[in-house]
Design a protein around this ligand. Structure first.
Ligand SMILES: NC(=O)c1ccc[n+]([C@@H]2O[C@H](COP(=O)([O-])OP(=O)(O)OC[C@H]3O[C@@H](n4cnc5c(N)ncnc54)[C@H](OP(=O)(O)O)[C@@H]3O)[C@@H](O)[C@H]2O)c1
Length: 290
């Protein structure tokens, strides 16, 4: 019997996951198909309950469902509960279990692709949506010295600071977490003294409303910082172009995307993810998207 995995999100026109997950499944010659299950919010409940059908193994979950899906699974693992978001569902003994592999994907890319050790480093996070939550919890777990969160809508940044304060038990108690007003002198000051800048906004994303825009100009970026843009399409985002101008180190979002997918693959299949195969397929699919 052919079995199925899919990605649940809306819209899904530009998703790379089917390309690189299918490449990984084909690498092991498994009779499993990975589909894009485009799902409007009103249909989320129905689509998640279909995962209980015998032929379905599980799913990835993406925007805008990562938070609302936590209420629809039978169990949520500790990392997903801490972050408050599920990006992977695995059916185990008929029960749907929710996981969050974004955190692992982010930290792995930081260490393996940027050779960056986050411990005791000062970080500025731009954005306060789902991706920023995963990034901030990951950084807390790594014992960074400080996280300054700047978001266009200040209320969401404050909410994220509060969430980090409430759920940080067992993570790093020594990390200073603050909200800074977008565009303020304090934001400029935090940027000036930071070691890592992570863009978790949608600015710069191809086909989005912020296409072609950068959250920072070159003058805002310290030369010695690592600039990490979670946006992976285009590969060279406007923020990374600005970072290049000042000679700062740069990392785009493709590695995190592939690593979070690799962690999901291992949860569904129980075999080591062929990361090189997945990375190559993701790069090819990205080049096709344009
Ligand atoms: N590489 C990866 O594996 C990976 C994983 C997850 C996400 N991502 C990328 O990360 C980005 C954010 O995803 P998400 O899930 O966190 O989305 P989200 O929950 O919708 O959050 C979007 C964020 O972008 C900000 N934003 C949107 N338009 C803006 C503008 N014009 N100016 C300033 N800020 C703006 C929002 O600010 P407001 O609160 O003010 O609206 C919010 O902080 C996306 O580009 C996504 O593709 C990459």
């Amino acid at each position: 019997m052919t079995r199925f995995i899919g990605i649940i999100g809306y819209p899904l026109k530009h998703t790379l996951s089917p390309a690189f997950q299918q490449a990984a499944l084909d690498h092991y010659k498994l009779d499993i198909r990975y589909w894009a299950w485009e799902t409007e919010p009103a249909s989320l409940h129905t689509v998640v309950s279909r995962l209980r059908w015998p032929e379905n193994i599980g799913a990835n979950v993406t925007v805008p469902h990562k938070e609302s899906v936590t209420a629809l699974v039978d169990e949520v693992d500790s990392m997903a509960a801490t972050v408050g978001a599920v990006n992977t569902i695995v059916k185990r003994g008929g029960r749907l279990v929710g996981y969050n592999t974004d955190v692992r994907g982010f930290i792995r890319s930081l260490r393996e692709d940027a050779f960056f050790d986050p411990r005791d480093r000062r970080v500025v996070v731009l954005g306060a949506g789902g991706a920023a939550r995963a990034v901030c919890f990951g950084l807390l777990g790594e014992g960074v010295a400080s996280i300054a969160i700047a978001n266009r809508t200040p209320r969401r940044a404050t909410e994220l600071v509060d969430a980090l304060a409430h759920r940080r038990s067992g993570l790093s108690a020594g990390t200073e977490v603050t909200m800074v007003v977008w565009g303020s002198d304090e934001m400029a000051n935090q940027l000036k003294h930071c070691h890592l800048i992570v863009n978790c906004t949608t600015l710069g994303m191809a086909h989005g409303s912020g296409e072609g825009e950068s959250p920072l100009s070159a003058e805002d970026i310290p030369r010695n910082a690592l600039v990490y843009d979670l946006v992976y399409n285009p590969a060279e985002t406007p923020l990374l172009q600005a970072a290049r101008k000042v000679g700062a180190r740069r990392l785009g979002g493709l590695a995190m995307l592939v690593y979070q997918g690799a962690a999901s693959f291992e949860l569904w299949i129980g075999r080591p993810a062929p990361v090189d195969v997945m990375m190559l397929a993701a790069r090819k699919a990205l080049a096709k998207l344009g």
